[in-house]
Design a protein around this ligand. Sequence first.
Ligand code: C2E
Ligand code: CA
Ligand code: CA
Ligand code: CA
Length: 279
Amino acid sequence: VKQSGKSSFSFYFDELNTDANRLILLDSELRKAIEHRDFVLYFQPKVDVKLNKVVGLEALVRWNSEKLGFVSPAEFIPYAEETGLIIPISEIILEKACEELVNLRKAGYSKLPISINISSIHFQQSNFLESIQRILEKNNTSAQNFEIEVTERTVMNSDQDTISKLVRLKQLGFKLSIDDFGTGYSSLSYLVRFPVDYLKIDKSFIQHIVSLADKQAVVDAIIKMAHRLNMQVVAEGVESLQQLNYLNEMGCDFIQGYYYSKPVPMEELVEFLQFWEYE
Ligand code: C2E
Ligand code: CA
Ligand code: CA
Ligand code: CA
């Protein structure tokens, strides 16, 4: 009995290891997760380097599937974008962010905003603004409590539709960030036309900032340009004190990364905040 149990166990995992089978399972598990609203948000603090204050929290989705275990958003978000499942997932994420905001406010943090990552597929939907407004209204909350992160790739084309959506988001009261900045190889001139508040430098630039001169040059240029355009700069993926000091010297405004905290559940984040000044 023992032996046959073992062989069927390993057969199961051999099957799982083929890409096609994983995709089939990912698809059915994801649909189940949507039905049961089985996603959780973790939060990572954004720190003002000069004031040594927490100024916001980024929400990052987590999914623990029954059959696949923990699946990274870097895997399931792109799949959800391909299949259109991203729309119901985005709505669940937004609703959960509204719920967690209530918990954050109850814990006494009356102003800290929550940043939400918006997928390009969702952003490009014609009813994107309406869908966001509907969820805010349903949860009795307002845009002032949130920041929206769209990737450089999402806004790279800078067509009229993109710009007018960004303008309307600003009018509603959202703060806007361009995420993964530096990876899109887009023309920088379009930035002037965007009403954005923050540029988030991609962590691939931060990773080698202490040792690689070309990364240093890019980060330095991004910070100077952003400041000339009245934008502030967030460095993501900061893991060491050396990186932090380097970025601080370059005039980077905000830091996110494991150096301060990994993304954690709201309960843990609230404990983290006890030891910090905050906005
Ligand atoms: P992102 O928006 O660029 O998020 C930053 C990623 O870097 C997160 O990975 C975060 O956990 C990780 N990170 C933070 N600090 C450090 C650090 O010091 N070192 C390293 N090595 N990594 C760090 P995560 O949570 O796995 O998310 C990956 C990507 O999945 C996100 O990249 C975003 O594009 C997407 N994503 C995550 N949550 C959501 C969501 O709620 N909605 C949407 N549409 N996309 C999401
Ligand atoms: Ca982000
Ligand atoms: Ca990013
Ligand atoms: Ca990224």
